[in-house]
Design a protein around this ligand. Structure first.
Ligand code: OGA
Ligand code: NI
Length: 355
């Protein structure tokens, strides 16, 4: 293991030199390279990530919504929601301040927020996901800004960009809206398994929430590299918005399926702790982001995780003689440390817990 020290290369800086090739550290092994295919109208619509209308949580629709959510959680572990109650202009403002930080502020300003090199999951401007990398680790074609937003004791807006001027205020408002939506979704998911509505939330405890704005610059050879390598998210539930550029893909039955960019929708990605708590009834989604030759892409992912001290195990109501526990109990902080040292490599981390 080689510990990375010193400032990492910023992908945006590389891309601004208009290279004709990606540097070798960004070239994926042939089996991990994306197959860039243009969707055709004949494509089977059953392989489209589900889009679920939440009808603003109108009680008249609860039954149908629960059923649709339950099915999407079982079959996909990822779906999009519309009429989710989060003001659409807030989604636009969040994307707009995020994009402005990356595109309109000078590198010197961005670097004043640089994540300390060599520390895991720290807040700020970063380009490398892992702390220590072996020599053969391939880098992602992405820069990001990570914000610690909840609980309030971790929220310190003075560590976030102050450009554009409304940046911090938008992140605060966005954080609160995402928390409320995540809670409502977990309640529906619990009910769709026949559990009391608070079951999953009680198992997760108070959310630790991080917001990561990812910026994927245009890439000269998108067929050789990845914006973000294949992984499942570690925590409980991720809510993601993207701009109008394709890039996010979900693995379904061995095929990578593009999540269609819908500007008013929110992408819901089930993460590993929800898979454990639901005893595998609901699966965390393996996903990745591909790069794009012509356009920069922006996404905003909001992660909702348990506290590091939480013990996570399958909900007792879902463990019976005929359905024994499928995962061993973990302490969430230990799961996170092992993820950051070993790397995501698909779903290897949660697969290691299977009984
Ligand atoms: C992530 C993630 C996908 C994207 O940050 O965990 O999966 O489209 N992002 O940026
Ligand atoms: Ni992810």
């Amino acid at each position: 293991m080689e510990v990375v020290v010193g400032e990492p290369t910023r992908v945006q800086t590389l891309a601004e030199k208009n290279p004709t090739q990606v540097p070798p550290e960004y070239i994926q092994a042939p089996e991990n390279r994306p197959q860039i295919k243009i969707p055709t109208t004949e494509d089977d619509t059953s392989s489209t990530v589900p889009v679920i209308d939440l009808f603003g949580f109108d009680p008249d629709h609860w039954g149908d919504v629960r059923r649709e959510l339950g099915q999407a959680c079982k079959e996909w572990g990822a779906f999009q929601v519309t009429n989710h109650g989060v003001p659409i202009h807030l989604l636009h403002r969040m994307r707009s301040v995020g994009l402005s930080f990356f595109k309109d502020s000078p590198m010197s300003h961005k670097l004043s927020y640089a994540c300390p090199p060599g520390s895991a999951a720290s807040e700020g401007y970063g380009s490398r996901m892992l702390v220590s990398t072996s020599n053969d680790t391939v880098l992602d074609w992405r820069d990001y800004f990570d914000h610690h937003t909840l609980p309030l004791s971790r929220r310190n807006p003075s560590r976030w960009p102050d450009f554009p001027p409304n940046y911090r205020e938008v992140v605060v408002e966005y954080s609160d809206c995402m928390k409320a939506l995540a809670q409502k979704l977990l309640a529906f998911m619990s009910e769709s398994l026949g559990l009391p509505s608070s079951c999953i939330q009680d198992a997760v405890g108070d959310f630790y929430q991080n917001i990561t704005v990812s910026y994927y610059p245009p890439c000269p050879q998108p067929e050789l590299t990845l914006g973000l390598q294949s992984h499942s998210d570690m925590g409980a539930i991720t809510l993601l918005i993207q701009d109008d550029v394709d890039g996010l893909q979900v693995l379904k039955d061995g095929e990578w399926v593009m999540v269609q960019p819908l500007s008013d929708a929110i992408v819901v990605i089930l993460a590993d702790q929800t898979e454990i708590i639901t005893n595998g009834n609901y699966r965390s989604a393996q996903h990745r982001a591909i790069a794009n030759a012509n356009k920069a892409r922006l996404s905003v992912a909001t992660f909702h995780d348990p506290a590091k001290t939480m013990k996570i195990s399958p909900a007792s109501a879902l463990v019976t003689e005929s359905f024994p526990p499928r995962y061993c109990q973990i302490v969430y902080g230990e799961y996170v440390s092992s993820w950051y040292t070993k790397g995501p490599e698909g779903k290897r981390n949660i697969d290691a817990l299977m009984l």
